[in-house]
Write a new protein. Sequence first.
Length: 227
Amino acid sequence: MQAVILAAGEGVRMRPLTLERPKPLILVGGMPILEHVVRALPDDVEEIILVVKYMQEKIREYCGDTFFGKKVIYLEQGEKKGTAAALEYARPHLKDRFLVTFADDLLAKADLEELAQHTYGLLVAKSKAPERFGVVSLNPDDTLRTIIEKPEHPETNLISTGVAVLTQNIFNYAPSETKGELGIPGMITALARDYPVSIVQASFWQPVGYPDDIALAEAALRAFMQA
């Protein structure tokens, strides 16, 4: 199995921390966020495809050709056009099922292991402010029905974490478009009309978007590990 990690962003919201290092290498609990992500990957993942751009030389130097026993392929992203455009760079290198995730979220390995059991799967979380995210609605059998980006009146309090298990079939579907950026959620919603997309609710998911989030993430991580 392969994992595609989207790690090309400039981390504008994390400035000034990202003026000297890329966001995936920002430390949380003494460890780069990217290392947290890789440690959480399912054991079946043998190859990592890292889509990089901003300060990519530092990411390449940190991870090398093999990272935690997994081969690493680096792909340089061109113009920033959204997550779907970033995923497109990985397309020629994909072989079968793959997991896609971001390089700036803390995740639980058990959740990703469960996600990897499905042909198609989406990791979701509950939110007190779902209107700020991609809101997930379900079919009667609890498979995915839709992901609606930042709706004014959310149908549920479930949100997409952006972590999914997919196959190359995903490229047969059109992405969603928001302010000129192409998003993976539209592709997954369209896919879900033809194939069942299983839902896994995260036991732990902690995005790190702003400098103040680091202390919150460290506290949340400690609490999760002690639970």
